[in-house]
Design a protein around this ligand. Sequence first.
Ligand code: GLA
Length: 394
Amino acid sequence: MTDSSGIDPELVERARDRFTQAFGAEPSPKIAVAPGRVNLIGEHTDYNDGFVLPMAIGRSIVLVFRPRGDRALRGCSVAYDETKELDLDALAPPGGSDWLSYVAGVAWAFATEGLVVPGLDVVVDGDVPLGAGLSSSAALEMATARALADAAALEWDPVRMARLGQKAENQYVGMNCGIMDQFASAVSRAGHALLLDCRSLDTRPVPLPEEAAVVVMDTGARRSLAGSAYNDRRAACERVVAHLRGLDPGVRALRDVTLELLEDAKDDLDPTDLMRARHVVPENARPVHMADALQVGRLEQAGRLMNDSHSSLRDLYEVSCEELDLITDIARGQASCFGARMTGAGFGGCAVALVKAAETGPFCDAVLSAYEEKIDLPAALYPCRPMAGARLLD
Ligand code: GLA
């Protein structure tokens, strides 16, 4: 059970106990938490300088921490049941991509901005499913940033911290992600999704109507090709931009491209690159439309936008998979569902549905049993309310 802040008290107790076992009880450690996220719409638009509409969910990374007098970073992961140690003065990219590298990467990113962080003992725990596309790594980065900011007596600046988290992931861990996940984990407000302009970093909190529920649908599928396919998609977008900039010097990213400009240039573009851009350009407009629809309670319209987004990701961006297509189809087949789509990078992981709040329980039961009849994977459905971003627990 989670409390209204979205943190499971038993999880916090478990993490604290583990800290005592690993590093001793005194002086008393502090606890930083940061949520995972689900993106409602605007997929593969963040690295095209476009719009996204994520919300933080009630599943978090919990980081129990205590500064040390030396330069060691000692970490213990509950999920991986291991303890490791690094020297903060010896951190240099490229680091690894194991769990402690996300913590170390943020410490490294702090140092690149002249922010001095002390050595630290940390325990990493949480209930964000790993590798499911709910941004457990961004949550770990933002929980780390919250802890490091506290240990270094820095004022908490969530936007700066999201940028540092992205820098850690791009340069230290080596995953070329956009800003969305770290931003959602650091900046989100309870009760609201966050419309984010990934170019200006302007945000608009969008209240989720009481009569709507967001349901995360984990297909149970995990695919390791996601990293290389992600980078291929980014490269395709960059090639289209490079070509279109020759026609219009004002084009800095696909954000600046209209469908007209794209269609005028279609004969000179690689057909696959053209398909990718034909997803991104209309997808960029959808988060603003969906935010407007949610704001005035037009849930059918919001649902249609989600369905359109999924078709485009499946047919043009080609990042869906059999399991995501199946679970979204089953979800849409329920009378209580306004719309459904894959969420996150794709190739497995989670989809998201917008559902009548009063019918969430029967919706989840029906979707899970119909999915499990066809696919033998550990699927799970989570109804979610929008939660607040990274913070320290009292
Ligand atoms: C991953 C990345 C994000 C974003 C999504 C796709 O979650 O980390 O930056 O690009 O994929 O929308």
